[in-house]
Ligand binder design. Structure first.
Ligand SMILES: [Zn+2]
Ligand SMILES: [Zn+2]
Length: 723
């Protein structure tokens, strides 16, 4: 066969390989077009991969002809997290796409890289060697440039609303195996292009495709339905498809905000330029984007104009203050406002610096469980999650924290939520946040994690930023990651608001869970004072892979509210409430694996097992039960009781022994969160709690032990200096 005239060469198994070669750790044979499983770093990254990988690297002889011109190496890859270099005859020709999605990518083979006869192909992890299980295969060589390869046919996709008006959106292109495929187009103003993904800020995009059969999806983030179509393209075809999207989720009165957005232009890593970001923001339906590049303050106003995206959002200047003692997203600010000192030695000077700019009102503690610069803000070494106590005397002037960071997903969806509950029980006013931390066009989807802020969203280009920031700081928010929980108490008040119960009144709570047809809810919960009080399983049919096969109506819609998937009604009897409480609603369901909105795997996993999820929770709703017309926190009650029992002052002295009985009795009337706060307060001052334990009956004693165990875990972590 004359290779020079073959446009497509599938690399075949080098038949001289023996079975023992295949078992060796370093050398691999390419078995037909199968996918090979490679593992770097030694450890198994995910339990969804087999125990044993096919090899560490790919190192494969193959026959070819020499190339005088640029050719293409095309391959399929899955689950690529680290940097993997592709080499031909020891010459690097590019890297795999750092993206865990199932995608095909094309690499250009420079002229005179291939030789006549036997060549060598390698795929090798480079840089820091970290655990990474990947699959790579279906490797082809084409005797044309990548650009030529995607010119064989042309497709125009138009996205409209129900009134046939063009609308920004995300176009996802997969082959019939569901693999994202390269498209023959590159990003331009108003358009952002990656393998299998085209964001259009205008509602239409035209791109080349290799002749073949495809499925295309149109979507616009969380609030819209997904429409899809099959396209069969023969060489020379020019086709057009219009995808008419339905607004499926009723979020009127809620502003879609992503508080954590990067660009490669100003952060220096990731792959999304500031121009591409404008198309992606419009295409995902983010109405209030906060620009948070690292230690710099960027305004999207001009780039949005240039990209034609101004009508779709109101940009806010922010900054991810990136320090060796944590990352904090701050806003609103100005591009010409002084930058906070990101080298401030401690949180006190850091927050002094942040809030010295008068307009800055919000400081979000980002990804508090993630390790950066060998520091983890919520490591047990610094922080006791159960009671929200800090052991280092950090000046905690952040007023919000990320519960969902869809670019740095946590293994356990509830962990940051429970951390946050500890802070609220500790009497702190901390707004819960969902964000994306997206640095990329498609590896992590901008606005996937988001925060809905109560406010007027009727003109998304003219959002009242001052009012939105005020509502945000009041906690009038919903954290959204594929679901949206609408919490109401006594038919009116919502998150961040205050309800006063009269002595004969129970607390009636309703929760509506909203979402598009393509996400599922499995459980709704009501948490009271940071504890799960009610949980309702929600039955839903197994999700169909293909939105076309789904019924037009949301299969588990309830009532006639747009996007309502499930609801729960609960009542908290006044007689069971022994003090003020705060409540929040949580809903959770299976994650999305479909190519149009895949939820990511954990960034710093706690386990090799992972169940993808969607999640929502609400800001805190404050309930005055004791009738003093204000809300008292569990820590507030703890301090009151300690004061009443004469223990708030010099509690360590022996002559207060009699008061332990009084304290134990009073704690018996209180919520477990008050017991926890009391114990933590005492332990934090070095007071022995033996006498309290002896004076207490069940279940108070269990509460004491639980708080003590949490505290001791931190004491141990400090001794071991484990971050
Ligand atoms: Zn960060
Ligand atoms: Zn970030």
């Amino acid at each position: 066969m004359d290779w020079r005239h073959a446009r497509t060469i599938v690399i075949c198994l080098c038949l001289s390989l023996t079975a023992s070669d295949l078992r060796s750790e370093d050398a691999l044979g390419l078995l037909d077009d199968r996918m090979l499983h490679l593992r770097s770093g030694g450890d198994r990254e995910w339990s969804s991969f087999p125990m044993q990988a096919d090899g560490v690297n790919l190192d494969q002889p193959f026959e070819s002809a020499a190339n005088d011109t640029a050719w293409t190496l095309s391959l399929r890859q899955q689950d690529v997290k680290q940097s993997w270099e592709v080499r031909i005859n020891d010459r690097p020709i590019g890297r795999l796409v750092r993206d865990e999605n199932d995608l095909r990518t094309d690499l250009e083979i420079p002229p005179r890289t291939l030789v006549d006869g036997v060549n060598r192909l390698q795929v090798v992890q480079v840089g820091k060697i970290d655990p990474d299980d990947i699959r790579v295969g279906e490797i082809e060589i084409h005797a044309v440039k990548p650009r030529e390869l995607r010119r064989g046919a042309e497709l125009q996709v138009v996205i409209t609303d129900q009134q046939d008006q063009l609308m920004p959106g995300r176009i996802t292109v997969v082959n019939l195996d569901g693999t994202l495929v390269p498209v023959g187009a590159s990003s331009s103003l108003g358009t952002a292009v990656r393998e299998g993904v085209v964001y259009t800020g205008r509602g239409t995009a035209t791109f080349g495709l290799r002749p073949g059969s495809y499925r295309i999806y149109g979507g616009r983030g969380f609030e819209y339905g997904i429409e899809s179509a099959r396209v069969d393209l023969r060489p020379g075809d020019r086709a057009k498809r219009t995808l008419k999207l339905t607004r499926q989720v009723d979020t009127e009165g809620w502003i879609a905000c992503d508080t954590h957005i990067h660009t490669v232009t100003h952060s220096g890593h990731g792959d999304c330029t500031i121009d591409e970001r404008m198309a992606a923001l419009a295409g995902e339906g983010i109405e209030l984007p906060i620009a948070t590049d690292h230690n710099t303050q960027i305004d999207y106003t001009e780039p949005a104009k240039a990209a034609g995206s101004s009508a779709y959002f109101t940009p806010v200047v922010g900054n991810e203050v990136t320090t060796s003692r944590g990352h904090f997203n701050i806003f609103p600010t100005r591009t010409d406002a002084p930058l906070p000192d990101h080298q401030a030695p401690d949180w006190k000077s850091l927050f002094d610096s942040i809030f010295s700019a008068s307009e800055v009102r919000v400081a979000i503690l980002n990804h508090p469980r993630d390790l950066h610069s060998n520091f983890r803000p919520f490591s047990p070494r610094h922080h006791v999650s159960l009671v929200g106590a800090n052991l280092d005397g950090f000046d905690r002037r952040f007023n919000a924290m990320e519960l969902i960071n869809s670019g740095a997903v946590q293994t356990d969806p509830m962990q940051l939520f429970e951390d946050w509950c500890g802070l609220i029980n500790h009497g702190m006013k901390v707004t819960p946040v969902g964000s994306s931390d997206s640095h990329d066009v498609s590896r992590f989807i901008v606005g996937q994690g988001r925060t809905y802020i109560a406010g007027d969203d009727s003109d998304v280009a003219q959002i009242d930023v001052e009012a939105a920031v005020g509502a945000f700081l009041q906690g009038r928010v919903v954290v959204s990651y594929g679901l949206f929980a609408d919490l109401r108490a006594n038919d009116s008040s919502g998150p961040g608001e205050f309800v006063s119960l009269n002595p004969s009144q129970d607390l009636a709570v309703s929760v509506d869970v909203l979402g598009p047809t393509w996400t599922d809810v499995e459980r709704i919960e009501l948490w009271v004072n940071g504890r799960r009080r009610f949980a309702k399983p929600v039955s839903s049919e197994p999700s169909a892979e293909d939105p076309d096969s789904r019924p037009a109506l949301d299969r588990n819609a309830v009532g006639n509210r747009r996007g309502r998937k499930a609801q729960a009604r609960w009542s908290l009897a006044r007689s069971e409430l022994n003090g003020d409480v705060w409540i929040t609603a949580v809903a959770i369901g299976q994650g999305v694996t479909a190519p149009y909105w895949p939820t990511a795997k954990p960034y710093q996993p706690d386990s090799i097992d992972f169940e993808p999820y969607v999640f929502t929770c609400t800001g805190p709703l404050w309930v005055d039960v004791d009738g003093d017309d204000r809300y008292t926190s569990p820590l507030g009650y703890a301090k009151q009781l300690l004061g009443e029992c004469g223990l708030e002052g010099n509690a360590a002295s022996d002559d207060v022994e009699g008061n332990w009985d009084a304290l134990a009795t009073r704690l018996g009337e209180m919520d477990a969160s008050v017991v926890h706060q009391t114990v933590a307060w005492l332990l934090g001052r070095g007071v022995e709690i033996k006498s309290l334990r002896e004076a207490a009956d069940e279940p108070i004693r269990s509460g004491i032990n639980e708080a003590e165990r949490a505290w001791q875990r931190s004491v141990r972590a400090r001794l071991e200096q484990s971050e």
